[in-house]
Design a protein. Structure first.
Length: 369
């Protein structure tokens, strides 16, 4: 029995390394803080509520078939490899602005791998999946809803929507231009797509969940209080389809709880403040390479007052190493599972393009901000 428990526990830890480390770190810091430890006040409930709302809305739009229907009709207009690559890359880039980088990659990367393998274009896959990953990570920079650390920092520092965009628009715009330039320089080949039926759409459900997405944007614009939006979106989404609760990433929400408690208690320790203060742009980039940009944002926010610079640092910091953004692990796992090609080749291409984007965007941010 004990060997079975050990084996199952070991396998769970392998599949949830970031969650295990966050939980272990939270317990450790609570023990170190002793009587001064804080738990409930450290948790950003508004961030958790909005994240859960976005997960439910995305699940509802998927089940309604609206996203698939739009993608089908756009893809039918593509008649070359470069055009199909552009479709998948910029679908990740644009959709991640609204539905988060993780969800965008989960939606498009497996489909692109399936299509290119079916049409015997496997040699394009490392390049395509890497650029899809970069596109999702950098497209998600634009809006607070694009990725978890943006949403957290946006509420944490009480930013104005216009001030947030002043930071993110230049980064997103240059990222899009770089993606276009790289894609433009690739060779092209004819590509005949397989015949498929157009996916069915449940129009009423798609309209209702689009309305709920609008409710969330009212929160981002500071027009509606977050708890009012949560009381509208969560019950209505569950009432429309209770199965959507299965599509909520509960692990991510619990990960955030661990990170909030960890950062909230670390911020009271003098030695932490000494090591984490400094230029928030460079700090955000550096710590993202080591612990990923979401934990970096939570940790650095406890000792930095320049929220806009920290947004730029952790967003650009999502480039670089494979662990710099958790979203990058999603596409890596999909490539490893479905593509069946040399993983070393993928990692070399991933690192090369990510370092290029990181250097260019960091230089831009340094000059502008």
């Amino acid at each position: 029995m004990w060997s079975t428990i050990y084996s199952n526990g070991k396998n769970w830890i392998k599949g949830n390394v970031e969650l295990f480390l966050a939980f272990t770190g939270m317990i450790g810091i609570l023990l170190a803080a002793g009587n001064q430890a804080v738990i409930w006040p450290a948790i950003q409930w508004n961030v958790l509520a909005i994240l859960m709302c976005l997960m439910l809305i995305l699940g509802g739009l998927r089940q309604a078939g609206g996203i698939q229907w739009v993608c089908y009709h756009l893809l039918r207009r593509c008649h070359s490899v470069k055009a199909v690559c552009a479709f998948f890359i910029f679908s990740c880039f644009i959709s991640s602005m609204v539905i988060t980088n993780d969800a965008s990659l989960l939606l498009f990367v497996p489909e692109s791998i399936w299509l290119f393998r079916k049409l015997k274009k496997d040699d394009w896959l490392p390049f395509l999946v890497v650029l899809e990953t970069i596109a999702a990570n950098m497209g998600s920079t634009l809006l607070p809803s694009g990725n978890p650390q943006n949403l957290y920092l946006y509420f944490m520092y009480g930013m104005k929507f216009s001030d947030f965009l002043k930071v993110t628009v230049p980064i997103t715009a240059l990222s899009g231009l770089l993606l276009l330039g790289i894609l433009w320089g690739r060779r092209n080949e004819a590509m005949a797509l397989p015949q498929q039926k157009a996916p069915a759409v449940r129009g009423r459900q798609a309209a209702l969940f689009t309305f709920l997405l609008g409710v969330i944007f009212l929160v981002l614009l500071k027009t509606l209080v977050w708890w009012v939006a949560a009381m509208v979106v969560i019950p209505l989404a569950v009432f429309l389809d209770y199965r959507l609760l299965k599509q909520v990433d509960w692990k991510l929400l619990f990960l955030f709880i661990c990170l909030f408690v960890f950062a909230g208690n670390m911020s009271h320790m003098p030695w932490v403040i000494r090591h984490l203060t400094g230029n928030p742009l460079l700090q955000g980039v550096f710590w993202s390479q080591v612990i990923s940009n979401v934990p970096a944002a939570v940790l650095l926010s406890s000792v930095n007052t320049q929220g806009e610079m920290l947004v730029a640092g952790t967003d650009i910091g999502g480039l670089g190493t494979l662990i710099a953004s958790m979203a990058s692990l999603i596409s890596y796992r999909a490539y490893k599972q479905y593509a069946g090609r040399n993983i070393r080749e993928y990692l070399v291409i991933f690192t090369a393009w990510n370092l290029l984007f990181l250097a260019v965007l960091l230089l831009e941010a340094w000059l502008i901000f």
